[in-house]
Design a protein around this ligand. Structure first.
Ligand SMILES: N[C@@H](CCC(=O)N[C@@H](CS)C(=O)NCC(=O)O)C(=O)O
Length: 348
């Protein structure tokens, strides 16, 4: 039986009592913040085939990198390991692979790559993680920086027609939107879900919906969050919205309304879902089983609900009427490679 895993705060200077106890939920900071860059200044140069991206398709933070990798066409350059959505007491494990071992890294647990990098470090084992294949060492688990680096440092390895996900002239606006989305939405749902006091829950839940309403206003008028093309900001909002009705509405009690009841947001998230590179990374089975089975403090029975009905995800959204050029001067990514396809039973 997997042990409960809580996104703990251990290295951000709090007293260790805040993630799940009496105090406000706080997210830990990523512990390994080395960057893989074009000039290799941290000792990790961008190099095709050298690194392996380890994700769980359940995890919204890891899913950002799954979407970026697809949009930018980095599948050949950066290989992918998908962990079992259910961690055990040694955390993320490769039980979906033959013999329970990642075929490239040869390890059974992601923690082995963390241990190779640093023995006995104080943080938790989290995804996304990038591992250096030759040494087997973890390079980074800094999910905030990772996608920005894929967009701006890995450019030599991008596919032809890759979009510019973090255009220079829009960075200030993108950063501003992402900061609000992070605080109130990406992390707000976790603060609501892990709250152990009424007031803490109400504050977080109110913040989630206040921000969603502001975002919906914006998205009534424009197809994407910033400018007229898909950017990093859309990726970060998408990975929370795509989980909203499936897990945040019920399991995390963010239930003032469902996304399907909000015209702008439901249209926006379906538009992205149906855009190559977004929906084809999403595994609703992994999402639901992870949240409902791993957070036993919230769901002690570990029963996973049957709903919601997924068929609506593929219905017409009519967002093209707002204009916008999804890939700017670029093109959509090609089909998903066979070995990375999400099983049809886990999709609408
Ligand atoms: N690395 C970040 C974000 C990534 C993250 O929270 N990933 C989750 C999955 S959604 C995870 O791996 N949690 C395992 C754990 O915290 O032990 C953090 O430590 O807060």
């Amino acid at each position: 039986m997997p042990k409960e895993v809580i996104p703990m705060s251990r290295d951000d200077g709090d007293d260790g009592n805040s993630a799940y106890g009496r105090r406000t939920f706080k997210r830990s900071k990523a512990h390994f913040t080395d960057r893989i860059t074009a000039d290799g200044r941290d000792g990790w140069p961008v190099e095709a085939g050298r690194y392996r991206l380890v994700v769980s398709r359940a995890c919204p933070w890891a899913s950002r990198s799954l979407v970026s990798r697809r949009l930018l066409g980095l599948e050949d350059a950066l290989s992918l390991a998908v962990a079992d959505p259910i961690q055990d007491d040694r955390s993320w494990r490769f039980t979906l692979d033959e013999d329970g071992r990642d075929p490239v890294l040869g390890i059974r647990y992601l923690s082995e790559a963390y241990d190779r990098r640093e023995t006995g470090y104080p943080g938790g084992v989290s995804v996304p993680a990038v591992v250096d294949v030759p040494s087997g060492e973890l390079v980074t688990n800094d999910y905030q920086q990772l996608t920005l680096d894929l967009a701006t440092e890995w450019t030599d390895l991008h596919r032809e027609g890759a979009p510019d996900l973090y255009p220079h002239e829009l960075r200030d606006e993108i950063d501003e939107v992402m900061a609000d989305v992070y605080e109130d939405v990406n992390n707000g749902v976790y603060r609501a879900g892990f709250a152990t006091e009424q007031e803490e829950y109400e504050t977080a839940c109110t913040g989630v919906f206040r921000r969603l309403e502001l975002l919906a206003d914006r998205l009534e008028r424009q197809r994407y969050l910033v400018g007229d093309t898909i950017t990093e900001a859309d990726i970060r909002l998408f990975t929370t919205l795509v989980r909203f009705d499936a897990v945040y509405h019920g399991h995390f009690k963010c239930n003032r309304w469902k996304l399907t009841e909000n015209r702008a947001l439901w249209g926006y998230v379906r538009d992205l879902y149906q855009t190559p590179g977004f929906g084809d990374t999403v595994d609703f089975d992994h999402i639901k089983r992870h949240y409902y089975q791993v957070h036993t403090g919230i769901n002690p029975t570990r029963v996973v609900p049957l709903g919601p009905d997924l068929s609506g995800w593929l219905t017409p959204h009519h967002r093209e009427e707002l204009g916008g050029r999804p890939f700017g001067d670029g093109t959509p990514p090609g089909p998903v490679r066979a070995e990375e396809r999400v099983p049809a039973a886990h999709t609408p």
